[in-house]
Design a protein around this ligand. Structure first.
Ligand code: 4AD
Ligand code: MG
Length: 431
């Protein structure tokens, strides 16, 4: 019996014979020696087969292997400083599991539509694998940050009777005889949870039936939404800085190999720590107008506006104090200037756009009633939300981090379609 190992763990078996379940990533031969580039999900290793040292059967089995064929390969682990993994396998046995014919994704270039149609196979490529590992590390760092700062994870519902972020982007479904919607944001429920548990966060899928076909929009995306009782806008911004810095520094520390595979310039990420710059919406408008943008006060920003502002800084920038009428109904007005609200969007550097939206929430019951009317919201559906203001209302704040945009920024990907295993986009539901 030989040792079973994964590629990631071969370092524990130098000089020993191990068996690894693997796929053939690539192959080359120099007549008397065959080189198998093997992958098993945990890593990559080269298997070397020397004709004079193996039986004819093993030699011929190795010859028959094609890209993405699967096998159990047995061999002796050797240190090999010149290889990426640091190890090599001198092959002594091969058990073919499945011979693959005509694997559609070859080492040549493929168009994006072709790759998206084969997303289930594209995931096996080195870069896509690295992105998913970074995504998992971001999720781990998010949970670490909140779990070690006194937050409790709470799961809001996916099926909801009302909207959180405006009624135009809702996915409508039938809930037996009632109308229901897929959640756009767990925030309103997280406010209820914060009144029960103090500091809470959620992590889950959210849905926007947005007819936007941009590099930043998904129909289904994952959001991290903390909500904090007795925390004002100012304190929330501080927490956001620490939170985002923790994520970036964790990825730098734990995913150096993956960032290299992706080709990310890490010097840009190393600067993400400490305080982040802030500008008000008013200052942003003045700056944009000075740059020649034709944008009046009161209008929302598009991607070009965000990028022009972000380009002034080498860290994420907060744009604060937005006009109330272009933001969600629940945001608390600035007491000194009620036409703007206590909110901020965090814009990532290098043109990756808004990664966080957050605000202090309205805690005054009378003002909340006014907002329901102004926004024509079906009052009955929000009675429970009103109760949070009726019974022991407190100042509270929260924010939402879009996971996929964060992955795109940290990995330096120009489209969010590569940040999630199976992206749901306008006109794409397959595979
Ligand atoms: O700014 P948004 O809409 O804020 C909210 O939903 C708040 N209720 C969050 C809160 O305060 N609890 O969305 C938050 C973030 C955005 O900054 C962006 O990163 C991401 O979610 N996001 C999207 N990501 C991908 N595709 C989309 N269509 C997105 N829409 C928003
Ligand atoms: Mg937003």
């Amino acid at each position: 019996m030989t040792n079973k190992s994964t590629i990631a763990q071969v370092g524990r078996h130098v000089g020993e014979t191990v068996t690894i379940g693997a796929w053939v990533n690539n192959k080359r031969s120099s007549g008397k020696i065959q080189f198998l580039q093997l992958r098993d999900g945990s890593g990559y290793i080269q298997g070397v087969i020397v004709k004079s040292e193996v039986s004819e059967d093993i030699w011929n089995d190795a010859k028959s292997l094609t890209q993405e064929s699967s096998l159990y390969v047995t061999g002796v682990v050797r240190e090999e400083p010149r290889s990426q993994s640091g190890f090599e396998l001198t092959v002594t046995g091969i058990e073919i599991i499945h011979l693959t014919e005509n694997y559609p994704i070859t080492p040549k270039e493929h168009g994006v539509d072709f790759l998206m149609d084969h997303r289930h196979l594209w995931l096996r490529s080195a870069k896509q694998r690295a992105v998913l590992i970074v995504r998992a590390e971001i999720i781990r760092a998010v949970q670490e940050f909140f779990n070690s700062n006194g937050f409790t994870k709470v799961d809001p519902p996916i099926l909801t009777p009302s909207s959180a972020e405006g009624t135009t982007e809702l996915f409508h479904i039938k809930y037996f005889d009632e109308d229901a919607y897929l959640t756009q944001s767990g925030q309103l429920y997280m406010e209820a949870a914060a009144m029960a548990l103090g500091k809470v966060y959620s992590f889950g899928p959210t849905f926007r039936a947005e007819k936007s076909k941009t590099r930043r929009h998904l129909i289904e995306f994952w959001m991290i939404e903390p909500e904090m009782a007795f925390v004002d806008h100012e304190e929330s911004l501080r927490i956001q800085e620490q939170f985002v810095s923790h994520i970036v520094q964790s990825v730098l520390k734990n995913c150096a190999k993956e960032l290299e595979t992706i080709g990310r310039d890490v010097s840009k990420l190393e600067q993400i720590q400490g305080e982040f710059p802030r500008i008000t919406y008013d200052e942003a408008i003045a700056f944009l107008q000075g740059e020649g943008f034709d944008i009046p006060w009161g209008e929302d920003f598009g991607a070009p506006h965000e990028t022009a502002i972000a380009d002034k800084y080498n860290k994420p920038v907060f744009i604060t104090h937005w006009p109330a009428h272009i933001k969600a109904f629940y945001m608390k007005p600035d007491p000194t200037r009620p036409e703007v609200v206590l909110c901020a969007d965090m814009i990532a550097p290098e043109g990756y756009g808004e990664i966080i939206g957050g605000s202090q929430r309205i805690d005054d019951p009378a003002l909340m009633e006014e907002r329901f009317n102004e926004h024509n919201l079906a009052r009955e559906a929000y009675q429970w939300y009103m109760d949070l203001r009726t019974y022991g209302s407190v100042p509270h704040s929260g924010f939402g981090l879009g996971l996929e945009r964060t992955v795109a920024w940290i990995c330096g990907l120009d489209h969010v379609r590569e940040t999630i295993p199976f992206p749901r986009m306008l006109y794409r539901l397959y595979p």
